[in-house]
Write a protein that binds this ligand. Structure first.
Ligand SMILES: [Zn+2]
Length: 675
C-alpha cells in the first residue's frame, strides 16, 4: 500500500500539470477520460481521508455549498474601463497623444484580442488564490471566489516558489467558449426554454449563480490580460509579464502580438480580423496597450480610463443573402414558427442557411418577402438573425409571406391566435415528435438514449404513438430500424427501463401540459399524490394549490379532461407507469410529517437543494428562518446566526449525521422512488 498522503500529492500535481498543458500550453497529452480517471482517484482518496483535503486541491473545483449572496469587495487598484473606437484613425490619434506625453518617443505596443466576457480580478497571496472579484463599478465588485474556483483554467495555486508575503493580482476575462454556449442552448431549446442570448450574458448569469455546482457544470474559461496590485514589483515590461503568467500556469489571451510602431499596430488589427472568426471563443476587438509599465505610469489616467490603452472594435459583420423560402416548424404545443430558408452564406465564420423569424408580427415588422435580399447578422455573433431587408433589391416576382392554412406536418386546418399560428390536431406527427422528445429529456423522464433522430425514426415507423408506447418497445422493434445495432438497442431499452422509476413530478412535467414546468409539477405531485387524483380534481381544487392560479388550473383541468390527455394517462397506466406520492396531510407515517425544518451551515453529503427536496419528500417543510414553530434545525459546519437563534429559542438542533440517521437510509439519489 502506498502512503495515501503521498499519492494524493502526486495526483494533485499530475492534475495541475494537465490543466496547465490544456489551458496554458493548449497541448494536452492525455485524453479527457484519462484526466477524469485521475480526478476520480483523487476524489475517492480524499473521501477516505477527509483530513487530507486542502482548499487548493483540484477536487474543490466541483463547487462547494451554495452561498446566500455576494459580498462586496474593494479593489486594491481600481479596475478602469477602456476607451474604444471603431475607427482606425482614432487609433492613430491615440498613438499621437501617447507620443506627445512621452516626448515624441515611439513606444512599443502589445496587442491582445478583446474577449467578450466578464472582467475579473484574481488575488493570489503567497501564491494561493484568496479572492476573485468582478469589476463592478471599478472600485468595488462582487466576491465570486467560490464560483471562480470551479473554473479549471484559473489556477488555485500559482506554480513555482512565491514568498509568503507576496501579492499578485491578475486581471482577466471569464468567458464561455462557443462550444459550451452552443451545447447549453441546444439543451435549453430541447427543453422548450428560451435560448441564452449570447455567451457574454451566459457568462454573467453563470457567475451570478449562488450554487457553485451550477457554475461548475457550465464550464467557463479564463484568460489573463492585465495586473493589479503586485508585490514584489513586477517587471517593467508587459510582454515579460505575459511570459511570467505562463510560468505561473495562468493562461493569457492567445494571439497576443508585439508592435514596434503604429503602422505595425494597424497591420496587426487587420491581420487579426481574418483570424477572429475561426477562434473557439468570441472576440469583439483588439486591445492596444503601451508595452512599458514605466511609460504607462507617465501617461496616467483620465477620470474614466487609462491613457495608455485603447480598444479597436470590429463592426458586427452584416452579410446580405437571399430569402429563398419560409418554412413553418411545428412545436410540441402545436405553435408554428416561421423559419427563413436562406441562400447559404458565411457569417462570422460559419455557414448560415436558416434563421428564425419568430412569428407573423416579426415578418410584418420587417416587411419581408420571399425573394428579398436580406441583411443577416449574428446576435452576439452566435445566433443568426435577419436585421432588415434591402427594399431596392426586391424582385418583381417577390412573394408576400402568409401563414399556412394547413399544418405542414399533418395537413389539418390551423388556428390563428395572433401573433401565433397553431396546429390543434392532437395526433399531429410533428407535435408528437416534439412531445416525445420533451418527455424523454433530462429534466423530465431523462431517457438519455432516446435521442432526437431516434425519436423521429420511432414515430415515422409508427412504433411510438403515445408516451406509453416507449415502454412497450422490444428489442426486435428497435432492430427493425436503420443503423441500429444490438448493443445500442439494448442500451436504449436499459435507459427506458431506468425511467420507469421516475417520480410523479418528473412524469407530470413530461406530459407537456401548458404552463406546467418542473416547479408546478412538484407542487401538484405533492398536493394530489397521484395521476388519478389529478384527473378528478376540479378547477377550484387545482386553484387551491399554492403557486397555481386559475389560468394554470384551467390548463391542467382541460388537459386531464381532454380525450388526448385521458388517453395518454390511461395508456401509461396500462404499461405500469403510475407513480404515487405519499401526501403528508393524509399520512402521519412519513418521517418528517408535519414538521418544519431549517437547514444551516455547510453540509458534507448534500447540497442545499438536495436536502430541502429530501425534507419535502419525507413529508416535512423546509423553511429558511428559525422561529418558535421550527421543529428542529440541521446544523452543518460554520453555522451562524440561525444556529444561535435556535439555541436562544430552545429549538432542538441536530447535526448532519443525526439527520442521515433519521432519514433512515433514504439518500438524495433514490429519494424519488421512496414510495
Ligand atoms: Zn399538425
Amino acid at each position: 500500500m502506498t502512503d495515501p498522503a503521498k499519492r494524493i500529492a502526486t495526483l494533485r500535481e499530475e492534475i495541475q500539470k494537465h490543466d496547465r498543458l490544456y489551458y496554458v500550453e493548449a497541448s494536452p497529452i492525455i485524453s479527457d477520460q484519462e484526466y477524469d480517471r485521475l480526478m476520480q482517484e483523487l476524489i475517492d482518496l480524499e473521501k477516505a481521508h477527509p483530513e487530507l483535503v486542502t482548499p487548493d486541491s483540484p477536487t474543490q473545483r466541483v463547487g462547494g455549498a451554495p452561498i446566500k449572496g455576494f459580498r462586496t469587495v474593494e479593489h486594491a487598484v481600481p479596475m478602469m474601463s477602456i476607451d474604444n473606437t471603431y475607427d482606425e484613425g482614432a487609433v492613430r490619434d491615440f498613438d499621437r497623444r501617447v507620443r506627445e506625453v512621452l516626448g515624441n518617443k515611439h513606444p512599443e505596443y502589445v496587442l491582445e484580442p478583446k474577449i467578450d466576457g466578464i472582467a475579473v480580478s484574481l488575488r493570489y497571496e503567497g501564491g494561493e488564490l484568496v479572492l476573485a472579484a468582478t469589476r463592478g463599478d471599478g472600485r468595488r465588485g462582487d466576491d465570486i471566489t467560490e464560483n471562480a474556483k470551479t473554473i479549471r483554467s484559473i489556477p488555485l495555486k500559482l506554480r513555482g516558489e512565491l514568498s509568503a508575503g507576496s501579492v499578485v493580482e491578475i486581471r482577466g476575462e471569464i468567458f464561455m467558449p462557443n462550444a459550451v454556449f452552443a451545447h447549453i442552448n441546444q439543451e435549453l431549446v430541447a427543453r422548450g426554454e428560451e435560448p441564452l442570448k449570447n455567451p457574454r450574458n451566459a457568462t454573467a448569469g453563470t457567475l451570478k449563480q449562488l450554487d457553485p455546482k451550477v457554475t461548475a457544470s457550465r464550464k467557463l474559461a479564463f484568460f489573463a490580460h492585465g495586473l493589479g496590485e503586485v508585490s514584489p514589483e513586477p517587471p517593467d515590461d508587459y510582454w515579460q509579464w505575459l511570459e511570467q503568467l505562463r510560468k505561473w500556469g495562468v493562461p493569457s489571451t492567445p494571439h497576443a502580438m508585439l508592435a514596434k510602431n503604429i503602422d505595425e499596430v494597424i497591420a496587426a488589427i487587420e491581420k487579426f480580423a481574418r483570424v477572429r472568426p475561426t477562434l473557439p471563443f468570441l472576440t469583439d476587438g483588439m486591445v492596444v496597450k503601451v508595452r512599458s509599465l514605466a511609460q504607462r505610469e507617465r501617461l496616467g489616467t483620465t477620470s474614466k480610463s487609462p491613457r495608455w490603452v485603447i480598444a479597436f472594435k470590429y463592426p458586427a459583420e452584416q452579410v446580405p443573402t437571399i430569402l429563398r423560402d419560409v418554412t413553418w416548424q411545428v412545436g410540441k404545443g402545436g405553435t408554428l414558427t416561421p423559419v427563413a430558408e436562406l441562400e447559404p452564406v458565411l457569417v462570422a465564420g460559419t455557414t448560415v442557411k436558416r434563421a428564425s423569424l419568430h412569428n407573423i408580427e416579426q415578418i410584418q415588422r420587417l416587411d419581408i418577402h420571399i425573394g428579398d435580399t436580406v441583411i443577416l447578422e449574428k446576435a452576439g455573433e452566435v445566433i443568426p438573425y435577419i436585421v432588415r431587408v434591402v427594399p431596392e433589391s426586391r424582385p418583381a416576382d417577390a412573394v408576400a409571406i402568409t401563414p399556412p392554412e394547413k399544418c405542414p406536418s399533418c395537413q389539418q386546418q390551423v388556428e390563428f391566435e395572433s401573433p401565433f399560428v397553431r396546429c390543434i390536431n392532437p395526433e399531429c406527427p410533428a407535435q408528437l415528435k416534439e412531445r416525445i422528445r420533451w418527455f424523454c429529456s433530462r429534466n423530465q423522464m431523462n431517457i438519455e438514449r432516446l435521442g432526437e433522430s431516434l425519436v423521429d425514426q420511432l414515430v415515422d415507423a409508427g412504433l411510438v404513438k403515445t408516451f406509453a408506447d416507449i415502454f412497450r418497445l422490444k428489442l426486435e422493434d428497435l432492430l427493425s430500424l436503420e443503423r441500429m445495432a444490438t448493443k445500442s438497442a439494448s442500451n436504449v431499452l436499459e435507459s427506458i427501463q431506468a425511467a420507469r422509476s421516475r417520480p410523479l413530478d418528473r412524469l407530470l412535467a413530461g406530459l407537456g401540459i401548458r404552463h406546467v414546468g418542473n416547479t408546478t409539477a412538484r407542487d401538484l405531485a405533492n398536493h394530489f399524490g397521484s395521476l388519478e387524483a389529478l384527473q378528478n380534481a376540479t378547477i377550484e381544487q387545482l386553484d387551491e394549490v399554492e403557486g397555481i392560479d386559475v389560468v394554470v388550473a384551467t390548463a391542467i383541468h382541460d388537459f386531464f379532461r381532454s380525450p388526448a390527455g385521458r388517453h395518454a394517462v390511461e395508456e401509461l397506466r396500462k404499461v405500469g407507469i403510475d407513480p404515487k406520492v405519499e401526501i403528508k396531510a393524509v399520512s402521519g407515517n412519513a418521517p418528517f410529517a408535519g414538521q418544519t425544518i431549517v437547514v444551516t451551515g455547510t453540509l458534507k453529503s448534500y447540497s442545499r437543494t438536495e436536502i430541502e427536496e429530501l425534507i419535502v419528500r419525507l413529508g416535512g417543510k423546509a423553511s429558511g428562518s428559525v422561529s418558535k414553530k421550527t421543529s428542529f434545525v440541521v446544523a452543518g459546519e460554520n453555522a451562524g446566526s440561525k444556529l444561535q437563534k435556535a439555541t436562544e429559542l430552545g429549538v432542538p438542533v441536530i447535526d448532519e449525521e443525526e439527520f442521515t440517521r433519521r432519514v433512515g437510509g433514504a439518500s438524495k439519489q433514490d429519494s424519488g422512488s421512496l414510495f
